[in-house]
Write a protein that binds this ligand. Sequence first.
Ligand code: FSO
Ligand code: SF4
Length: 540
Amino acid sequence: MFCYQCQETAFGTGCTKRGVCGKTEDVAKLQDVLIYSLKGIAEVVVADNIPVKDIPDVNHELVKSLFMTITNANFDGDSIFAQIEKLLALRDALKSKYGANVDKDSATFTVLTLAEALEKAESVGVLATENEDIRSLRQFITYGLKGMAAYTEHALNIGKENLEIYDFMYHTLAQIEDDSLGKDELIQLVLKTGETGVKSMALIDEANTSKYGHPEMTEVNIGVRSNPAILISGHDLVDLEQLLEQTQGTGVDVYTHSEMLPAHSYPFFKKYDNFVGNYGNAWHRQVTEFETFKGPILFTTNCIVPPRKEEIRERIFTTGATGYPGCPHIEADAEGKKDFSQIIEMAKKLPAPEEIETGTILGGFAHNQVFALSDQVVDAVKSGAIRKFFVMSGCDGRMKDREYYTEFAKALPKDTVILTSGCAKYRYNKLGLGDINGIPRVLDAGQCNDSYSWAVVALKLKEIFAAEDINDLPIQFNIAWYEQKAVIVLMALLSMGFKNIHIGPTLPGFLSDNVRQVVIDTFGLAKSDTVENDLAAFLG
Ligand code: FSO
Ligand code: SF4
């Protein structure tokens, strides 16, 4: 196996035996074959000019398959192999229906058994591209597509689609295998991926807000009640809605975990009085927090940490693109309805969660809520009460050096405001950093996809302050990254013209030396340094 798609990749260069994330060699290989199968479908769609509006089933399997390969989403080899079989059948059906004549291996290969799929992986994985720079750019783009797919799938679950996104995905998957594309063309494709990434983030924003209302300033309880309860993790709001509906009148409470926290700020979910609060912190702390939670856990998306203890594994359920061997996977029926009754029945028999924290945290500062405060914000900037905004969106992770983000937040002067989203916020959202004339110093827009809000807010500020360049605004990006959703957020920001973005705790291992240099020279991308050096650099 070879995988270097996330920030925790072994030695910063690549996992070659087993993933640091816990992914086995077989699962890594099957994911490579899954991606290769998608390339075959893309070849067929592009070669035959098949209109994406005519192939909804294929489009939906495209985004689901990409999503299944995101870090910490799916550890279940059987479900990945079943997905490969499904894709190959779809590919062949497309070929016979449209009469496509594509002779590329990705469009013609077959694997009949798991063993054959594992053998196939030997020649189609990441290292199949020999040139290190071309490989780096091809993977950069592929990881962007994975993040884009995650956002597209959530929007799709709410019934919102943008056909341009599928179209882009097929063309890009077909193009990145095209040996005629050199470094420069691939760099252009990175930016195009970012542009389409912006569309996917706008789509999920539209889907979420049209169905659940605009997030509003909300205090979220982090303590517990005495009822038995279910913990829901991941990002899918439709799964949350269905779980809340099905738990009404059962005596079972529902708590959010990690990236599901922002759901509390949507007006729609406030009507459920068993929707108690948020339990725990960012994904990697689930190892201890699931022990004290006591009840069943539903994963709607990543991030799953492979549960070592059987007692915890027995309480885990997956749905959507996620999977874990031995944990029940809940499928939707033809109408998209999921039956969560087995989770509810399990919850009733288990003890209530053990309290690990008390108090509240503040959220709901997506673009609409920030625009509602815009007069206050603009006055504070004009008067000098706010000197600078720091966008610290992104992901949290296990590495010790991520303490940097807590220390950086603590060390920021009191006339600065943190704009956050994604699970990175857990590094500083309980520090009590106060406010500036009533404006909280940590404004949380929501999930990682809600980083979109900060781009929208920046564009608004550019207009208000009549700035010529978006980079002239008093906004500094200091982002924490971990997996491929953060990769698409980064690409989106680059495509919008934001420069001098700092990311950490390390630069991506998938950037080769040359590609890294190009990104540094062209976009001013930099790695976070020490708190002292960064503060000095950012605040002059
Ligand atoms: Fe975090 Fe995991 Fe949202 Fe990611 S829970 S790390 S970028 O999946 O998706 O922020
Ligand atoms: Fe390694 Fe990350 Fe790939 Fe897991 S997802 S195998 S930790 S690079």
